[in-house]
Design a protein. Structure first.
Length: 79
C-alpha cells in the first residue's frame, strides 16, 4: 500500500490524528507496505481505536487481525 493510500484511509475513517502520530513509525516499520488497502479498510470497519492508542498497540491489533483473517479462509495463518 502506498503512503497516499494509507493517509487517505486514515482520513476517511476519521483517524487523521493517528496518522499524524503514526506516519513515521508506519514508514520505518513497513507495517502496511505489503498489505492491501482492503485489509486496512476491513480492520477499521471492525476495530474501534481510542485516540490514545500507542503505535505498538495498533501494530499488535493490526497483525492479530491479519492473522485471524488468513485463518478464516481455510489457509494456515502460519505459512
Amino acid at each position: 500500500m502506498t503512503e497516499q493510500q494509507m493517509e487517505d484511509l486514515f482520513h476517511f475513517y476519521g483517524h487523521e490524528d493517528l496518522y499524524k502520530r503514526f506516519k513515521t513509525p508506519l514508514y520505518v516499520t513497513g507495517l502496511l507496505d505489503e498489505s492491501e488497502a482492503e485489509h486496512l479498510e476491513d480492520f477499521f470497519d471492525h476495530f474501534t481505536l481510542d485516540r490514545s492508542i500507542l503505535f505498538d498497540e495498533f501494530r499488535f491489533w493490526f497483525r492479530y487481525y491479519e492473522v485471524s483473517k488468513k485463518g478464516m479462509d481455510g489457509s494456515s495463518p502460519y505459512c
